[in-house]
Design a protein around this ligand. Sequence first.
Ligand code: MG
Length: 321
Amino acid sequence: MKRRDFLTASALAGVATVCGAQRVAAQGQAARDSWMPKLTPPERPAELNLCLQWWAIPGNEMNEKLDFLEANGFAAVEIPSGDWPIKNGEAMIEALKGRKLFLSTACGPSDFSYAEVEKREAEVQKFLPVIEALGKMKSVGLIICPARDKLSEPGRLSAKELRKDFVENTGKRLAQHAAKHGTSIVLEPLRRHETPFLRQVADGARIAADIGPGASVMGDFWHMALEETSFMGAFICAGSLLTHVHIAGLKERIIPGVHPEADQYVDGFKGLKLLGYRGAVSFEGGWPKNPADAKKEIPQEEKIRLIRNMVKLLREQWAMA
Ligand code: MG
């Protein structure tokens, strides 16, 4: 112990002797406060902006689907990537006019792990016009999983090579293009059997930070349940780089609420509240099996009932967080 620390400790001890146990407790609290981590409350409070992916929204026509979302308490819509945003962008811009919905992300496959430069370049070129279309639609961004579980196959970069190339080349160029068009790329960590490359939200946030403007990260409760030790801690690690969230049941990757005992999101929602998160929380998962006929999907009325049940469950847990 340094002399100054010793004197401080001695002084504290003296005060404690004179003023009694109550003062000792107060001093102990003050000492704890001096080293406890401090979390700055967000400038604007978080919002629960519920969202559905395009395929899961009841209805056939674009406006029918958007009407359903608005009528059932959703705030955002998630669309497919591929060439969907290019083909449907103008119609979507029209359909969203006057609505309270925002366009969250475009979700679809991507792969930047090819060893051949030409193949990686083709992937970049494929997504540049998609990013432009998303920018026009004022979308939050394009979801990207940089690599699936193919890194051990011939013709693939190693994880080390991929990280360097993604940060300095492929991901960087897509992110810069996204920033120029007012949107972003959104890195999605997956489960260990799906990718050896990006499994945790904090790692995705670090990659996004290394890339710079136009790059962000998301968290998917389904993947996080296997890969993270704390939903709350993982979201806090992402900080302001967190732009999107996927949610599914935690026992089965189906709509939340079918196994309510397992579907506990309060800890994660606490993290989102601490961040002042205002992005979308978007359902990505399947439907439960049809008890009447396993080969058929459940009826539309049952899907609608389950969607409303999910909205109720998530709102209740958000209030508890
Ligand atoms: Mg996901």
